[in-house]
Design a protein around this ligand. Structure first.
Ligand SMILES: [Zn+2]
Length: 119
């Protein structure tokens, strides 16, 4: 499987969220995450998403639903959105019912030229 470029995978628990996300040294309000399960040491992505403000809170919605997560902080919402879109197209996660939505109050477009939302 292709690499996601995110950190992890880590077990999705309150403790890992606190230690790795809340107390992260590079904490930022913009973040991208992937949720899934680890099978035979491979992380299978089932959902990708982004956080705009509070990644820990976002991840807590999924406690009990997924076994593991990956994430990464970004310095800008634009970079995070680009990453989220690329992961969405690359992995086509089955729990994502639709294409990632652009952050509020932006005119961002999908970075993939073949995508209908790229212009
Ligand atoms: Zn797209």
């Amino acid at each position: 499987m292709a690499r996601s470029g995110l950190q992890g995978p880590y077990p999705l628990t309150e403790k890992t969220i606190l230690n790795l996300v809340v107390n992260a040294l590079d904490w930022s309000s913009a973040a991208v995450f992937a949720l899934g399960d680890v099978k035979e040491k491979k992380f299978l992505i089932r959902r990708v998403g982004h956080a705009d403000g509070d990644l820990a809170n976002e991840l807590k919605h999924y406690l009990g639903q997924y076994g593991a997560f990956r994430f990464r902080f970004y310095r800008s919402t634009r970079t995070a959105y680009n990453k989220e879109c690329r992961l969405y197209h690359q992995f086509n996660p089955k729990d994502n019912a639709k294409h990632p939505t652009k952050p509020k109050n932006t005119k961002f477009t999908c970075p993939e030229p073949f995508c209908a939302l790229s212009e």
